[in-house]
Write a protein that binds this ligand. Structure first.
Ligand code: COA
Length: 325
């Protein structure tokens, strides 16, 4: 049976020039390189320059992804930008990126699911494509998380960084089985009873300020592995594929210990994990497309490979996508 599939035909990314090492952070808060590496696996993160906004990072990642796909910006009829750090409360950062790309047709909007944002955005693009409502979608994860960090709080300010990643997703015909290229299954979940465990203490309706990130780190850690495992099991059940069938596992890059524990629980071999947390820190919605692009550009992820994406973040929100590259 012929079906429409959402095939990832290009990937791109952009990281701001400035790098802040763990050692640099010891000059700002009472911390150490050893503590940060041991607890999180992070050794450095990129930080956006003054005047460099989320839309600028997202635009550069989008241009890179379009080039990689061999498509012109005018071919794009849908832009979804996953971000929790928009340029402004409104309009959407996606609209700013659309304008920078010189696109004045189709639809552009933001997706807010914090660290799961890219999974939610790519799932939404998949729905548009499979319904015949879009032919070429640009899905971007772009963040300037360092702008919402409290640099007096050592428990959070060492964890996050800035950056952007993007993919181009194209409608193509498939057979309707797992031999197809493209997105094979998607699974999204949310549970707002956990909304105060990872949040920003500001906003237009509450404080009229942007606020700062607050987190109960231990609580987040406690729930993460179970939630991630649940949606990955859903992906395996829906497709009949298993951990052995995976070529690559590209998880949200929050913490190496969460990544390793999830992989272990699901029997995913360590050599299949794409990890960039050491170099990027947690870039929230940007982390998966950033990691994906590293593995695509260095030749690890090849056409036809089975790739598993997953994320968990504030809300809580969590989700998985299983695809054939
Ligand atoms: N440098 C040095 N010491 C620090 C520190 C830092 N940056 N941050 C916290 N500490 C201290 C604490 O104050 C505490 O000291 P105390 O025992 O004297 O009170 C000690 O380290 C242990 O703190 P704790 O919070 O128990 O550490 P932890 O082992 O839980 O690790 C996290 C903290 C944040 C690394 C961990 O909980 C975590 O990774 N959580 C998940 C976070 C995450 O991934 N969030 C994003 C999801 S999208």
């Amino acid at each position: 049976m012929s079906v429409t599939r959402s095939v990832l035909v290009g990937s791109g990314s952009y990281l701001p020039e400035k790098i802040v090492t763990n050692e640099d952070l010891t000059k700002i808060v009472d911390t150490s390189d050893e503590w940060i590496r041991q607890r999180t696996g992070i050794s450095q993160r990129h930080v956006a320059a003054d005047g460099e906004f989320t839309s600028h990072l997202g635009y550069k990642a989008a241009v890179d992804a379009l080039q990689n796909a061999g498509l012109d910006a005018q071919d794009i009829d849908l832009i979804i930008c996953a971000t929790a750090t928009p340029d402004n409360t409104f309009p959407a950062t996606a609209v700013a990126i659309q304008n920078m790309l010189g696109i004045h047709h189709g639809a552009a909007f933001d997706m807010q699911a914090v660290c799961s944002g890219f999974i939610f955005a790519l799932t939404t693009a998949d729905m548009y494509i499979r319904c015949g409502k879009a032919k070429n979608a640009l899905v971007i994860g772009a963040e300037t998380f360092t702008r919402i960090l409290d640099f007096k709080d050592r428990t959070t300010c060492v964890l996050f960084g800035d950056g952007a990643g993007a993919v181009v997703v194209q409608a193509q015909e498939g057979e309707g089985d797992t031999s197809d290229r493209g997105i094979l299954t998607t699974h999204l979940r949310s549970d707002g009873q956990h909304k105060d465990k990872l949040y920003v203490d500001g906003g237009p309706s509450t404080t009229q300020t942007a606020g700062h990130l607050r987190m109960e780190g231990k609580e987040v850690f406690k729930h993460a592995v179970g939630m991630i495992s649940d949606v990955i099991t859903d992906a395996f059940d829906a497709t009949g594929l298993s951990a052995e069938d995976l070529d690559w596992f590209v998880p949200h890059q929050a913490n190496q210990r969460i990544i390793d524990s999830s992989a272990k629980k699901l029997h995913i071999a360590p050599e299949k994990i794409v990890s960039t947390v050491s170099m990027h820190g947690n870039t929230s919605a940007a982390s998966i497309p950033l990691a994906l692009n590293v593995a695509v550009k260095d030749g690890r992820i090849k056409r036809g490979d089975i790739v598993l994406l997953e994320a968990m973040g504030g809300g809580f929100t969590w989700g998985s996508i299983l695809l054939r590259w």
